[in-house]
Design a protein around this ligand. Structure first.
Ligand code: SF4
Length: 512
């Protein structure tokens, strides 16, 4: 059923600058600068400035991960009673929905298509508005999340003008353009931050729903960042001797958990890049503690920091440390890791994994993360650098590969292209997202959890060398494969076209 509501005052609604996105189909292939300029022309400079403050990109400005919007999409799809609607180019939506279902979303993704006419005339916003009214059934949903992808963001489709609530269903409109949000990890923060902001204002306005299991008796520590399901339980056991409990994990799985998260005593920024979420917690008066309880030293420091933030007496903190640290030390000692490792990823937990590897005895030389350096990653950065590990924030694929080439590791842990390059060189490798970040990291359960998979992978060195010998002679790069006539490289052609392109660019710059 379509419910018709008064439209926002057309005079007050900023014009959609669709012309700004015309040309050769703007998307991530057409360059960030063109999209940024289009967004600025469409009146979205404030949004871009906020992104630049929250997710600083320098010095590389080229982190390479999947479409950032996948991060926020995944957060919405994991929440109960939450509908998700995308507004963007069909090819982007196809890619994002494909990936969502590949990762087991089991949930429909709404889509409001557009063409140049609906974009130019502003009808796209009206279509989105109508779709949201049709979808807003309180029997089914607590929340509807509408996400502008690159082209609607660049042309300024004003999701902020959507009603904040329809029939009791909350409406949250966010822009997650690839030219403003550098990684899919940070896109999770865009939605988590928007939800926390909404929930904080609700809580300030009056009573809100209590947690499903009732309010906890002890003060809680909200856990910021997605983690292995057993980790919050393990962290809760570490906190119990301090008189504290583990609070909800943000991003949450249910709306009412947002209130419980905001109701915490302190926030543990386990993933240190959740800048927008941290801003909301700080606005609610909550303190933030970086790092996490990894290994002996990490757990000792983290318990001390949490204790200090919550006013727990030092003697109680010391007793809690003494009770748990020997068990963690014993678990690490019983499952040591030997060998040289390089590590890279884009999840945001890379530095914590790195600490665990070092405490397990690994000769770790490099850790690269696509995420930015923040105040909450400082304890881990300092600890790793003191132990001679090269830490690279906003790492590029080229830097990850250069580290592998320089350090010649026994194991390269990394993203898909790093793993692929390692295999080609006969270096054992592990995919960070599927095989490393999907394991417990914290407390006694985390200690030693990496040893089995890491040591097994390193023991594969001979098999990797045998595979390399087996595939020897099938070519590489453009000439890889079995051919009747192996493709010939023509570097002279490439040079010729590079010269022509440079000349064309120079001429274009000369024309006023
Ligand atoms: S929405 Fe994602 S896939 Fe589409 S143009 Fe932007 S970054 Fe690329």
């Amino acid at each position: 059923m379509t419910v018709h509501q008064p439209r926002p005052d057309a005079a007050s609604a900023p014009a959609i600058d669709a012309a700004a996105t015309q040309g050769d189909g703007l998307g991530c292939h057409s360059g960030k600068q063109a999209l940024r300029e289009a967004a600025a022309a469409a009146g979205s400079s404030a949004m871009l400035e906020q992104f630049a403050r929250d997710y600083p990109v320098g010095p590389h400005d080229k982190p390479q991960s999947m479409c950032p919007a996948f991060g926020s999409l995944r957060v919405g799809l994991r929440m109960r009673r939450t509908a998700t609607v995308l507004s963007g180019s069909a090819c982007c939506v196809y890619g994002l929905t494909f990936t969502s279902h590949f990762y087991g979303a089991r949930r429909s993704v709404g889509y409001v298509p557009f063409n140049s006419e609906t974009l130019v005339t502003g009808k796209l916003f009206e279509d989105i508005r109508e779709a949201v009214f049709q979808l807003a059934d309180p029997a089914l949903y607590d929340t509807i999340v509408v996400t502008n992808l690159c082209v609607p963001s660049a042309s300024g489709v004003p999701l902020r003008l959507l009603p904040k609530e329809i029939n009791g269903v909350r409406i949250i409109g966010i822009d997650v353009p690839g030219f403003g949000v550098p990684t899919h990890a940070e896109a999770k923060d865009v939605l988590a931050g928007a939800m926390l902001s909404y929930a904080r204002k609700e809580a300030e306005a009056g009573p809100v729903a209590a947690p499903r299991a009732g309010r906890p008796e002890r003060p809680t520590v909200a856990l910021l960042g997605e983690m292995f399901p057993a980790d919050p339980v393990g962290i809760g056991m570490l906190l119990a001797p301090l008189g504290l409990a583990a609070g909800p994990v943000v991003p949450t799985r249910e709306w009412r958990e947002l209130y419980a998260a905001l109701d915490c005593a302190v926030v543990a920024a386990i993933h240190p890049f959740y800048t927008a979420s941290i801003r909301e917690f700080e606005a609610a008066g909550r303190g933030i503690v970086g790092s996490g309880p990894v290994g002996v030293e990490g757990t000792a420091a983290w318990l001390a920091a949490i204790g200090a933030a919550c006013g727990v007496p030092a003697a109680l903190v010391g007793a809690a440390q003494n009770a748990i640290l020997p068990a963690i030390g014993a678990a690490l000692a019983s499952r040591p890791i030997g060998g040289r490792i390089t590590l890279s990823g884009y999840e945001g937990s890379e530095l914590l994994v790195a600490r665990l590897l070092v405490e397990s005895g690994a000769d770790l030389r490099y850790v690269g993360t696509a995420c930015p350096r923040t105040p909450w990653s400082e304890p881990d950065r300092a600890w790793l650098e003191q132990r001679g590990v090269l830490v690279q924030f906003r790492a590029t694929l080229e830097q990850d590969l250069a580290a592998m080439a320089e350090f010649q590791p026994d194991l390269a842990i990394g993203t898909t292209p790093v793993v692929q390059a390692a295999k080609q060189q006969g270096i054992p490798s592990l995919y960070f997202t599927n095989l490393i970040s999907a394991r417990p990291l914290f407390g006694p359960a985390g200690a030693g959890s990496l040893a089995q998979v890491v040591n097994a992978a390193m023991a594969n060195k001979d098999r990797m060398a045998a595979m390399q010998r087996f595939f020897d002679g099938v070519g590489e790069g453009d000439s890889a494969g079995i051919w009747q006539d192996t493709p010939k490289h023509h570097p002279d052609f490439r040079e010729k076209f590079a010269r022509r392109a440079a000349k064309a660019r120079a001429m274009a710059e000369e024309i006023p």
